[in-house]
Design a binder for this molecule. Sequence first.
Ligand code: ME8
Length: 507
Amino acid sequence: MSFYVTTPIYYVNAAPHLGHAYTTIAADVMARHHRQRGEATFFLTGTDEHGEPVADAAHALGISPQELADRNAERFKALAPQIEASNDFFIRTTDPQHMAAVQQVLTRVRENGFVYQGTYEGWYCPRCADFKAENEIDEDLRCPIHHIELTREQEDSYFFKLSAFQERLEALFVEREDFVAPRSRYNEALSFIRSGLRDVPLTRHKLTWGVPVPWDEEHVFYVWFDALLSYYTALAYAPAPPTLDAEQASNLTKTFWPANYHLIGKDILRFHAVYWPALLMAAELELPEHIFVHGFLLMDGEKMSKSLGNVLDPFTVIERFGADALRFYLMRDVPLGQDGSVSTAAFEQRYETELANDLGNLASRTIAMISRYRGGTLVPGEVDPAVREDFLGLSERISECLDRAELTVALEEIWQRVRRLNRYVEEQAPWQLAKDEARAGDLDRVLRTLAEGIRTVTVLLWPYLPVSAERLLDALGAPGLSLARAALGSGGIEHVNPLEPLFPKDV
Ligand code: ME8
């Protein structure tokens, strides 16, 4: 079994913000979960460095596109470890290996008869690097995403014969109803296809900042084709993750292509759900299994975006509360697949009531009681059958959710068990049992059940809260992270160690 997940590669025309962190964190949760299953896993993120948005931003700053790309690619690269993203590679589309591979694949597309020369005229948004269809243009001829004026562009181009894939794309969507999720996005993409596909420009004549077209040096490839191909080209030159066996490591393309999941925001649905499969068909490459489309993080009701300037800074949040708190908040409060508002108030609420109280206190109280009443040592034996019942099938259910990229649903399932354990403490009142020698066996069972319950939820929470989960499992003396360990009763906890507060309130 293998698993390959990607994020979009982000434009280097500005610094990373919370929207980028959101997608990367979601992909990271999936990658970590699959590693827990023992699957060969590859997680790719990176930067999209060519095209007009980058060239324009560099021009405005009075520096070269390469300088801007170098500067901002570093910032995106640095974001990954700060949010605890465990990506296996970071692709930059200015990597020479990528550029050569783009030229190769697109030459094959041309040889296969899907490229012709023509003239393009249309309304163009330089920030989207995209020509807009008639029904995508706001009144006043503005971009509905960036609210800037569209420009009328006319230029010689080589075209990609997207229209040739009309029937095959329709058939793809009919045969594979899970190709795009959630359903609303699937419907949106399918209705775009059904409305009739027109050929699209494959190259730009006026731009120089891009991958040169090998058969016509006056052109560079349109940035979207260069960018989409990164999902494929990365595997040809990325170093193999150390966990792979020799055969898997010897050819990452063979091991991981086609991708299992492309995780994207809804702004780039059409490129991924329509252009991308058509391009792969034209190049005779296999199609990805799933494209999962999430919504926008909103601030004050608008898409949070660097060009709109309404951005909540992930670095500030991380500095104060840690990466886990940010990861948890985003995965919990903005259901993956829907738009969701973000605010400091909502963040603090989740942090305090759920991380600090529900989980943090549960863990500290349990460890403190085991230390106080039993010198830190648990007596071996069965866990409470009532709690066992509530944990039955849990890890299978989490895997099912994550297989469908339902990250928020999976987290809610886990959190129900965290709450269950909190109720269990209150119901059993171990502090009362501790006063009665005759009930020593009951106290042992309650402490064991709590420690084991916490261990189980913590294994499942690791993809969301990697730092805190590892600290907590260490304190429980049971560091095993594999999914097989997420069965209640499989822990074998013998001795617990003191634990500093996982989510301190006075930060
Ligand atoms: O589109 N809410 O790059 P980009 C949620 N280079 N997610 C958001 C967001 C928000 N407010 N803002 C950004 C590009 N994102 C192309 C992609 S892929 C082959 C090329 C996330 O820097 C979300 O994943 O504009 C969105 O799709 C992506 O960043 C766009 O990043």
